[in-house]
Design a protein around this ligand. Structure first.
Ligand code: XMP
Length: 514
């Protein structure tokens, strides 16, 4: 890995991940770390530039995250955003004052189109997105203003003699239309970065890392059929070939054609060693009569571990390593300075690590965001239908058959879900949607088919748009698509006489129904 990289110190802003996204989009590698990392660690990490993120604190509160002033003497360019700017001002002896809250759209006046505002004209106005309580009343000694706003004396500043910059607004959000220009100026003009971070360079670097980590040992990987484990497996396979054995557990809770798709892609297309375990009877047996969603998740998580362990000792020879498709957002979440949040659903990641297995982890995607994982997958030759897939929860269809799970209910749901997705793809809408699926409700309703009364199942359709699954909006389908899906499901799926569309956003609803 070269030193062409940016360090983001996270002061707890909800937008810190977005800063990282924007930088990666410029093809520059970056990582997010807590502000508690030591100066020695930063020196060793050797960033080309450092960004202080925003955060909810005020520099005047007690016990707030801060930074070592010596960072500013490293000779490495620094950009402070929002709280990051206030902190710079505070550390350097400027005046930060509370009050004059600004939230949402604001307009700045670019006074000095210095390096950071290169491309702007002096006196030009620009729309930005602000979200701060305190502001900087006067730049620190040795700093000068670059921009003001209608309400604020200092919206951006820089040090006269060093490449240290601050902006009070958020260049990383889409509501700051020219924010990407500021970030690009910081990366390329100020820090001298090169746009070298590409899927190809990632693959090359990581093949070497994987070979080094595992030596000549055997490795196993739990494939779920989802994007993350598939790309992780393909990458490790590229690095060590047949020393990787993939294990795919058919839980009986999968969608139509899912197992066959995995066998086709991995065994036939990529020539990987794949063990498929048919554990449907075991899962369904354990789930018999269970209605409560959290119990279902727990049972599935535990059963999965047992089945996986058995398969690993049967088929995985003497594996010493286990591949996992952990992504960067999970890594950041576990390091976050934000406190723990309430458990709404215990997301059992089926395919997750059996805790007591004595295996060392190989996590080649730990540095990547989801869309980067997809690009790496494409570069590795995985089929589009696999890399572009919507997320699918570990507990599978068990949390989409509401109430008790039976083989018959699963079969009904599978057919309805498959028609729904087929029509979405045919209408060219699949990629506009974060996640779409059918849910089988535990109620029956009266209908009429031919001249006969029916009393049958209800299917609910769910489709949402989202950035990360944390919040979501229901997808505004064209009516004709919904109409086609509904009439096909009712006509073609035995036992369903009514279809509903779910128009709830998250929050207050969640994406899955259970
Ligand atoms: P909710 O329903 O909490 O879902 O809004 C957010 C995202 O997480 C997925 N999800 C799960 N994924 N195990 C998983 O691996 C689970 O138990 C689980 N529950 C929900 C859901 O599909 C959505 O993408």
């Amino acid at each position: 890995m070269d030193d062409n990289r940016i360090l983001i110190l996270d002061f707890g802003s909800q937008f810190t991940q977005l800063i990282a996204r924007r930088i990666r989009e410029e093809r520059v590698y970056c990582e997010i770390h807590p502000p508690t990392v030591s100066l020695a660690w930063i020196r060793e990490w050797n960033p080309r530039g450092i960004i202080f993120s925003g955060g909810p604190a005020s520099v005047y509160d007690t016990d707030v995250p801060t930074a070592d002033r010596a960072i500013l003497a490293l000779g490495v360019p620094v950009l402070g955003i929002c709280y990051g700017m206030q902190l710079l001002a505070h550390l350097e002896g400027g005046r930060v004052v509370p009050g004059q809250r600004e939230y949402g759209r604001a307009e700045i006046d670019v006074q000095d189109p210095d390096e950071l505002f290169a491309g702007f004209k002096a006196g030009e106005k620009a729309v930005v997105w602000a979200s701060h309580g305190d502001h900087v009343e006067a730049p620190p000694p040795g700093y000068r203003k670059l921009a003001t706003s209608d309400t604020l004396p200092v919206a951006a500043f820089r040090a006269e003699d060093r490449p240290i910059f601050g902006v009070l607004f958020h260049p990383e959000v889409a509501h700051t239309p020219r924010g990407a220009e500021l970030i690009s100026n910081f990366l390329f003009r100020i820090c001298g970065c090169q746009p070298t971070w590409t899927p190809g360079s990632f693959i090359e670097d990581h093949i070497a890392c994987i070979r080094q980590q595992v030596g000549d040992a055997e490795v196993i990987c739990g494939l779920s059929g989802g994007v993350d484990s598939s790309v992780a497996a393909a990458l490790v396979h590229r690095a060590i070939g047949d020393r990787l054995t993939c294990i795919f557990v058919d839980t009986g809770l999968l969608r139509k054609g899912e197992r066959e798709g995995v066998e086709r892609a991995f065994r036939q297309h990529m020539g990987m060693r794949l063990v498929v375990v048919d554990a449907a009877a075991e899962f369904l047996g354990k789930l018999a009569g269970v209605e409560e969603p959290e119990r279902k998740r727990k049972i599935i998580g535990e059963t999965f571990i047992r089945v996986f362990e058995r398969a690993a000792s049967d088929g995985g020879a003497d594996a010493r390593f286990l591949v996992q498709g952990t992504l960067y957002p999970d890594v950041i979440e576990s390091l976050s300075v934000r406190g723990p949040s309430a458990t709404i659903k215990s997301h059992h990641n089926v395919g997750g690590l059996p805790e007591d297995m004595a295996l060392e982890l190989v996590e080649p995607l730990r540095e990547l965001f989801k869309d980067e994982v997809r690009n790496v997958g494409r570069e590795l030759g995985l089929p589009e239908e696999l890399v572009g897939r919507h997320p699918f929860p570990g507990p599978g269809l068990a949390i989409r058959v509401l109430g008790t799970v039976t083989e018959e209910a699963l079969a009904t749901l599978r057919e309805a879900d498959s028609i729904y997705l087929e029509e979405i793809r045919a209408a060219g809408l699949y990629d506009d949607i974060w996640q779409a699926f059918a849910v089988l409700l535990p109620v029956r309703s009266v209908g009429v088919m031919g001249d006969f009364r029916t009393y049958e199942n209800v299917v609910a359709l769910r489709a949402v748009t989202s950035r990360d699954g944390m919040t979501a909006d229901w997808y505004p389908f064209p009516h004709d698509v919904l109409g086609r899906v509904s009439s096909r499901i009712i006509n073609e799926v035995h036992g369903v006489n009514r279809v509903c569309y779910d128009v709830s956003s998250k929050p207050p609803a969640t994406i899955e129904w259970e």
